[in-house]
Design a protein around this ligand. Sequence first.
Ligand code: ADP
Ligand code: MG
Length: 319
Amino acid sequence: MNACERKYKRNGDSMQISFQAFGTYNQIMIEENCLPLLEDCRALCEAIEAKFSAFRPSSAISEISAQAGIRPVAIDEETFFMLKRAQDFSNLSRGAFDITIRPATALWGIGKKGDFVPDDGNLHQLQELVNYKGLILDQKNGTAMLQKAGQQIDLGGIAKGYAADRARDYLIQNRCSSALINFGGNIATIGKKQNGDRWQIGVQNPLAKRGLFIGTVGLANQTMVTSGVNERFFIRDGKRYHHILDPRTCRPADSSLLSVTVIGNRSTDMDALSTALFVLGPDEGAKLANQTGCHALFILSNREIFATEGFTQMLKREV
Ligand code: ADP
Ligand code: MG
């Protein structure tokens, strides 16, 4: 088997590519005549990962963090867009979504291997650094600055969604009319399946193995994103620690939820929202979902399911 055959797989009347990026598994399924576009999508995804990674010292994001409290950093339009979008969702969620969470995600070792519980004193000190209001975006001069020394940016809660949007836009521009993009659980669709059916997408059961669903939804042109405790976590002294932090405490959000799934038009927005709604919990979360016009489904720690009306209408429960 050569390398090319390994990357691509036939799936019914579609072709599929699978690759690693963002520390996770990514997949695109596409009509066969668009096959040559798959390699470009993969390159696009990898470029976005590199550009927005907090782990690469050469990224603009790392530069903004390195210059925190010192000076504004000139950024390109795309970086400006990302930071602005993130800031919009920080404002909308009143700080539940906050990309200045990086000092806390770094201390917890999120994105790296390790199951480490920082001590209270250290976490407390970080609370004044984690504040989205300290990110100053200057559109006229095309710069970004973090106000306080020690502040740092983490786009892990929004970058995969953005990459899914970019891949989707690229495919549409190149006349692709049927595709399914899955970047680490950020699902974006183009049109319907080639047989005319909607894309049937499972809503993961957060207490079961990957691929076991509480139900499915039929998507056509929409995007669906899930944030949950089952994706990245560790157990220490019988307590479960996951990777979505409450910016107010810098600890794993304790919002009585196992997962939140949102459906809407843009994956960038849904990625930020799913993280925000997870931190806010079902009551505040449902209000924000309605305010932003997305559909949301919350799976509570007690296994109850709570969904907005729009989501309930779309969900076909597993029997
Ligand atoms: P996943 O990465 O599993 O798809 P999310 O989209 O919810 O899940 O993003 C979680 C990631 O976002 C974390 O790994 C971390 O990098 C970052 N993050 C954690 N808490 C927050 C938060 N409250 N606001 C913004 N980003 C966060
Ligand atoms: Mg997210």
